[in-house]
Design a protein around this ligand. Structure first.
Ligand SMILES: Cc1cc2nc3c(=O)[nH]c(=O)nc-3n(C[C@H](O)[C@H](O)[C@H](O)COP(=O)(O)OP(=O)(O)OC[C@H]3O[C@@H](n4cnc5c(N)ncnc54)[C@H](O)[C@@H]3O)c2cc1C
Length: 836
């Protein structure tokens, strides 16, 4: 066995072998894979092999698309047949909301370049004669989709990797992983040690055991997944004999199952509610090709629904039931990218659609390792999107929930219930009493909007499936929780969010944004180091603040920070709550080793309340003796002040474009401060506002968000960040790359669009933007702007189509609307409110 290599990949399932293949393909031939048993003996061998392209995420969609395009090419390269049956994939729709979901997805598919057809019930019958079509509105069909033989695919990937010089050691178990003082890794196996630069963990159900070897609590716990294979059915056999095509993969989304032909019979795979987490402490040491006892009782309701849709299913006996472990994460997406806290340790774990994702995930991870960056925005699968709140108990609850929700309608405003309310800021109870309807970000409860007392849905609304009855919501007059209706269209909270927007714009509002990630960077080297790391000039004077960006080496945007000079050699950095682990990991890994710069995490030590609106000065002035006049406390500055007896850092910035302050405070004093502000605000009709109002207000200011308008796929200057990039500085990370990108020419331009003729469905992001029928860009965000009274979208379009005044089209839920490019910041373009 080799004793050194550039990369050691642990795990010989389809995901690990694909990673090995792609590393070798990128020219790194000194790479090895170690598998404790035989290749595919974990989860891969028993997968049903479906390759669903359907995914509402733009980035995961791209990974799946790559796989489906790439797998067939392996045969020519390796002379091994991967068993790809391109039989197409039909997803049925029974409800209007499902139909909306498909139309929304059609936009995502179009921007990625995935081919999709809408089918009538009659067309479904034509393709799938054994399928009853009663109750169907229609269906979508992916013609490029189908299923594959997972073991054959893995063997072909292995051959392709070996042909390029990679080595695979089977029956070799990794027993320990340790980083050496020089930074290289020593991977110990039961057959000897291998020293390497990089380690990739692709160990499926063993992820947490592998992680424990390097002190990582990897947020993966599998769930049991079953499918049934039947005996052959005469009607299917007859079709075979007649040379008729296979009927394709059928998905009854509204009943949560998939079905396809299998060796003349049928294969039915339900996603059951109540499927338990398994291997909570990992599989047993000798586990190999392992299946669990089947549970027919759990399958029964799904079998009944399958029989109703495909009566032939009842006419044949069951040949075998497979019940195997399927890796899950709390949000159901895999974990692909660098591990936090350790350098050159990579994760390709948590795959629940691993056969589908393996190609794309291996491809992008190989880019990340070899080039230092992926080429696709990977925020949706980044391992650092969860924090240390994701305990074993949390994973069991959330992963079971993620599994049960695979087929639920994925509304853009969906908020799941399991393991909540986990992280509460001190004012949680006060906000709840004021009517807060909470959402969850990074485990924190955050008010999304505020329901007026007694808000109720109509009986017709309640009769619909998927009406959210979230236990985190305040109690209604009738004793039940406030009912928030999820929708792709304007929902029952629309007007109430509008009222919050109008109120904060006319009076004053208070928002809890304590979930923000916060840290302090200090020390004699802090200013210079921040200058070299981030795009903007680091504030030189205490009390000044700046918005600054961390770029990739190529010049794309990785993270955004508010940088506030709090005192001599002390900088307070604030970034998005959802990205705490991500952003802080980049910072910590970039710290100089000479001790001249210190990092301190402050997220849970500091709370943050936003006080904003034209009356915010009057309210704050009533509780502080600090001089809040424009001259003494201008926009984009901060001061240490007292609110009553509480010390706070007040920063004159906000994300909604109104006069206002972010009030950062010791978290244990939050309720004291909250009560002071609410009491002083009473004279000015203060009201709380939530994230949904903030999102509407920020659209009107053309403020950008990661990973929407800002992403590693877009150069910082394409995203319109000129004002925050100081080319005068000798160096900042990504400067050379950004200049080279500019030299080459940009492919995108950030624009704000006024969308015409919208009555009930605003853009949400991911809608195609067209000119003359051709796709020229994609919306990245959208919604209704209450101050300007317009439906708005933010978008990235080809530069030729970005000039204000340009007329374009945008497709929202299948309807084409005219849209006009307008100058950025349709509300208050001169920032008069902010400066007032
Ligand atoms: C019933 C069922 C049906 C499914 N159907 C589909 C489907 O239709 N489409 C789809 O896309 N997905 C499907 N899946 C999911 C799919 O099986 C997985 O997502 C995929 O196989 C994951 O591959 P992997 O390489 O990550 O993990 P695995 O295949 O489990 O591979 C991990 C490997 O790591 C090895 N390993 C672990 N620890 C060590 C160590 N210390 N040293 C050395 N080696 C180690 C293990 O032995 C194992 O071989 C299905 C899953 C189930 C259970």
């Amino acid at each position: 066995m080799k004793t050194s290599a550039r990369v050691v990949v642990i795990g010989g399932g389809v995901v690990g072998v694909s990673t090995l293949y792609h590393l070798a393909k990128m020219g790194w031939s000194d790479v090895v894979l170690v598998e404790r048993k035989e290749l595919t003996s974990g989860s891969t061998w028993h997968a049903a092999g479906l390759l669903p392209l359907f995914n509402l995420s733009y980035s995961v969609g791209k990974l799946h698309q790559y796989s489906v395009d790439f797998y067939p090419s392996l045969e020519a390269e390796t002379e091994l047949n991967v068993g790809f049956s391109r039989v197409s994939n039909i997803r049925l729709a029974r409800t209007a909301d499902r139909w909306d979901e498909y139309h929304y997805y059609a936009g995502v598919a179009r921007t990625i370049g995935v081919d999709l057809r809408f089918l009538t019930p009659d067309q479904v019958k034509e393709i799938w004669p054994l399928c009853e079509t009663n109750g169907l509105i229609g269906a979508i069909q992916h013609t490029a989709d189908g299923y594959i033989q997972p073991a054959d695919l893995t063997q072909a990937l292995a051959k392709g990797a070996r042909q390029r010089g990679a080595m695979i050691y089977r029956n070799t178990r990794v027993t320990d992983i340790a980083q050496q003082p020089g930074g290289e890794w020593r991977v110990s196996t039961d057959k000897g040690d291998i020293v390497c630069e990089h380690v990739v963990s692709a160990t499926g159900s063993f992820a947490r055991q592998t992680g424990a070897m390097v002190g990582l609590d990897i947020p993966v716990i599998p769930v049991e997944h079953q499918y049934i294979v039947t005996e052959a059915h005469p009607a299917i056999q007859a079709r075979r004999r007649q040379g008729l095509p296979e009927m394709g993969v059928l998905r009854e989304s509204d009943s949560s199952w998939y079905m396809r032909e299998e060796a003349g019979g049928l294969l039915l795979g339900p996603y059951e509610i109540g499927a338990p987490a398994c291997y909570k402490d990992g599989p047993a040491r000798e586990s190999e090709y392992e299946l669990f006892q089947d549970n027919l009782e759990r399958l029964e309701p799904y079998v009944m629904s399958a029989v109703a849709r495909v009566p032939a299913f009842a006419e044949v006996g069951i040949k075998k039931i497979y019940n195997g472990a399927i890796a899950y994460t709390p949000d159901g997406s895999p974990i692909v990218g660098p591990a936090w806290g350790v350098k050159n340790f990579w994760l390709n774990e948590g795959h629940s659609f691993g056969v589908t994702a393996a190609g794309g995930a291996g491809w992008q991870l190989a880019h990340w390792i070899v080039d230092g960056e992926p080429t696709v925005d990977m925020m949706g699968v980044d391992p650092r999107r969860f924090g240390d709140y994701a305990s074993r108990g949390y994973l069991v609850e959330k992963n079971e929930e993620a599994y049960a929700r695979v087929f639920s309608v994925h509304y853009p405003d969906e908020e799941r219930e399991a393991a909540r309310p986990l992280r509460q800021t001190p004012c949680y109870g006060r906000m709840k009493a004021l009517g807060a309807v909470f959402g969850s970000v990074f485990g924190w409860e955050r008010p999304n909007w505020f329901a007026p007392p007694g808000l109720a849905l109509t009986d017709a609304d309640l009769a619909k499936p998927d009406v959210l009855l979230n236990v985190n919501h305040p109690v209604n007059d009738d004793g039940g929780p406030v009912r928030e209706k999820w929708a792709f269209r304007r929902s029952n909270y629309f007007e109430h969010v509008g009222a919050e927007c109008r109120h904060v714009s006319a009076h004053v509002g208070l928002q809890d944004m304590s979930a923000f990630a916060k840290c302090e960077i200090s020390g004699p080297g802090a200013e210079r180091w921040l200058d070299e790391l981030l795009t903007n000039a680091t504030p030189k004077k205490t009390g000044r603040l700046a918005l600054s960006y961390l770029l990739t080496d190529k010049g794309g945007v990785r993270a955004e920070f508010t940088v506030y000079k709090r005192g001599p050699q002390r900088y307070y950095l604030v970034s998005a709550g959802a990205f705490e682990r991500h952003d802080h990991d980049y910072i910590r890994k970039a710290l100089p080793t000479d001790g001249s710069v210190t990092f301190e995490r402050l997220t849970t030590a500091m709370g943050m309340l936003v006080l904003a609106g034209p009356k915010s000065r009057a309210v704050l002035q009533a509780v502080t003796d600090a001089n809040l006049s424009n001259e003494a406390f201008p926009w984009l500055s901060g001061q240490s002040i007292s609110i009553g007896a509480a010390p706070v850092e007040a920063l004159r910035v906000n994300f909604i474009g109104e006069l206002g302050w972010e009030i950062h405070h010791p978290i244990e004093m939050q309720n004291y401060i909250f009560d002071k502000l609410m009491a002083a605000g009473a004279a000015h009709a203060i009201r709380p506002f939530g994230i949904r109002a903030m999102d509407s207000l920020r659209l009107e200011k053309s403020y950008k968000l990661i990973p929407r308008e800002l992403s590693i796929e877009y150069a910082a200057l394409e995203s319109g960040l000129e004002r925050f990039v100081s080319f005068k500085k000798t160096e900042f990370r990504g400067k050379a790359g950004l200049m080279a990108w500019r030299e080459q020419g940009f492919a995108h331009r950030f624009v704000t669009l006024d969308v015409h003729g919208v009555t009930d469905a605003d853009a949400r992001g991911s809608e195609p933007i067209l000119s003359g029928g051709e796709v020229v860009g994609r919306a990245t965000s959208g919604g209704y702007g209450w101050r300007v009274g317009k439906s708005l979208a933010l978008a990235m379009v080809a530069p030729d189509h970005g000039a204000p005044g340009t007329d374009l089209d945008i497709v929202i839920l299948g309807r084409t609307h005219k849209a006009t490019v307008v100058a950025d910041s349709p509300f208050d373009p001169n920032n008069d409110a902010l400066r007032s």
